[in-house]
Design a protein around this ligand. Structure first.
Ligand code: UDP
Length: 474
């Protein structure tokens, strides 16, 4: 069995994006691709990651490499293999880069094991990667491939999808671990400039934020009737959906039907006309679901109408995320303590994950039916839920942390300078519920802003610029 396994991605027609990006942008992408193909000569681009399914990186590669395939650029995707200890070490690295210390130090033995595993993968990869090829290594799991692949003559860009706004002793420990492996890289890519450690030469650092896929089940247009039926089907609204009404379009364009139901903790359910305040996120402390509940209970609900929906993935039976269950458990305890008139207006919603596209359609419907979308994170890498909400023309209230800062520009949403200021949070949410005119003006601007900056063509052009630079410098 080989360690480094190829992933096949079906081409996605770029033309599908035209209704979103317009013909001028489509033409710009086409001509950039044509020039880039010439520059590439016989080179190949290699994307190397640690998984082909699950998680944002794999999801994004599936989409982007589909477009790259359609653009005729030679591009391959390889997934590396590691044993259980390798992934324990890389998970620890991941947590350290986020500044979390709880899971133990990174030792010399860890470094030896990490080096060994990646050397075994590199031995296979160097049989395939040719001198002059361009390699994009994704995340800490693959950083140790930079040296061997550079030695084989490839140009290396290391794409780090994670980061923290501040460098601490813990983040420093992760960078001390990774630094010797990364010296061979020709370029570094981060979601935000602040995420790059100070020792990296500024000239080698590029900033490329993620993008959303407007054609995915999560972001595709969903008419009001279907969104409504999906919320009925999953149990947010009372009653059952009429057979066949809770329909959606899958990413491949096929017809989908929501048949699952959400697990909902509630004493009352909203009527379709009630304003909904929605936060969708993992049950993670840093997403501050508890803070959202308190802010709503103290500063939104007493002043007027509206329901709060705290929405996350199902936690029951998920054994590999004990923290998720614990955070949800805390929310449940706090929900039980709410005065009954407030409790009647707060719903805890967990969405089934059996069919990931059905789950995405549920998120789509919830975001589209929200009067206000909130993302009151205490820290955030990028915060895709913000772009998703804005793309749907909803007013988003987000904390001014991490990548949320880069997504909400003046007039396209509201940034909360201090995520702990619940009064400011509540007042903003209240205002947006009470002034639908203001809310829809913000929503319209939000949609335009996301279409302009965070859709696939912009993402690909940023990569093209970086990779062209690497070719020219070689
Ligand atoms: N999400 C989902 N189903 C859920 C909860 C969340 O699909 O039940 C998605 C959400 O729509 C978003 C992603 O998970 O696309 C979370 O990405 P984000 O960058 O917001 O936060 P992260 O979880 O990566 O910290």
């Amino acid at each position: 069995m080989s360690l480094a396994e190829p992933v096949e991605v079906a081409p996605r027609p770029v033309a599908q994006l035209a209704p979103v990006i317009g013909t001028a942008r489509e033409a710009r992408l086409m001509s950039a691709a044509e020039a880039f193909r010439r520059k590439m000569g016989g080179r190949t681009i290699w994307n190397i990651s640690s998984t082909s399914v699950g998680g944002g990186v794999a999801e994004m590669l599936q989409v982007l490499l589909g477009y790259v395939g359609d653009l005729g650029v030679s591009c391959r995707w390889i997934v590396i293999t590691g044993d259980a200890s390798f992934f324990v070490i890389t998970k620890r690295l991941h947590n350290h880069i986020h500044g979390m210390t709880a899971d133990g130090a990174l030792t010399d033995d860890d470094a030896a094991h990490y080096t060994r595993m990646l050397a075994a993968n590199a031995a296979e990869l160097t049989q395939q990667v040719k001198p002059g090829d361009l390699v994009i290594l994704h995340d800490p799991q693959t950083a140790g491939l930079a040296g061997p692949l550079a030695k084989a003559g490839a140009k290396i860009a290391w794409r780090c999808h994670i980061g923290a706004d501040w460098q601490t002793e813990t983040t420093q420990a992760a960078w001390d671990f990774l630094r010797p492996y990364l010296t061979a890289a020709d370029a570094f890519i981060f979601t935000r400039r602040e995420y790059a450690p100070l020792w990296m030469p500024a000239a080698k650092v590029s900033v490329i934020p993620p993008s959303i896929d407007p054609l995915s089940a999560k972001n595709r247009d969903l008419d009001n009737k279907s969104a409504h039926a999906i919320l009925r089907q999953i149990g947010v609204f009372d009653g059952t959906a009429r057979a066949g009404d809770a329909s959606f379009t899958r990413s491949d364009g096929g017809a989908g039907l929501v048949t699952g139901v959400a697990d909902i903790t509630a004493t009352r359910h909203p009527a379709p006309a009630d304003p909904l305040v929605v936060q969708v996120s993992r049950w993670d402390k840093l997403k501050d679901m508890l803070g959202v509940m308190r802010g709503f209970a103290e500063h939104v609900a007493p002043q007027g109408d509206g329901f709060l929906l705290l929405v996350g993935p199902a936690v029951a039976g998920v054994t590999d995320d004990p923290e998720g269950a614990a955070v949800f458990g805390d929310c449940l305890l706090k929900w039980r303590d709410l005065p009954s008139e407030i409790q009647n207006r707060v719903l805890l919603v967990t969405l089934p994950l059996d069919d990931i596209e059905e789950n995405a359609a549920m998120v789509n419907a919830l975001q589209r039916r929200a009067s206000v979308i909130v993302q009151k994170s205490l820290a955030e890498g990028f915060g895709l839920t913000v772009a998703e909400g804005m793309w749907k023309g909803r007013p988003v209230v987000g904390s001014a942390v991490g990548g949320i800062i880069d997504q909400i520009a003046e007039g396209t949403g509201v940034l909360l300078p201090d995520p702990a200021d619940l009064a400011a949070f509540g007042t903003t949410v209240r205002l947006l519920i009470d002034e639908p005119g203001t809310a829809s003006a913000i929503g319209r601007a939000a949609k335009g802003y996301i279409a302009a900056h965070f859709v696939g063509d912009m993402h690909l052009l940023r990569y093209e610029q970086l990779l062209s630079g690497l070719i020219e410098a070689s």
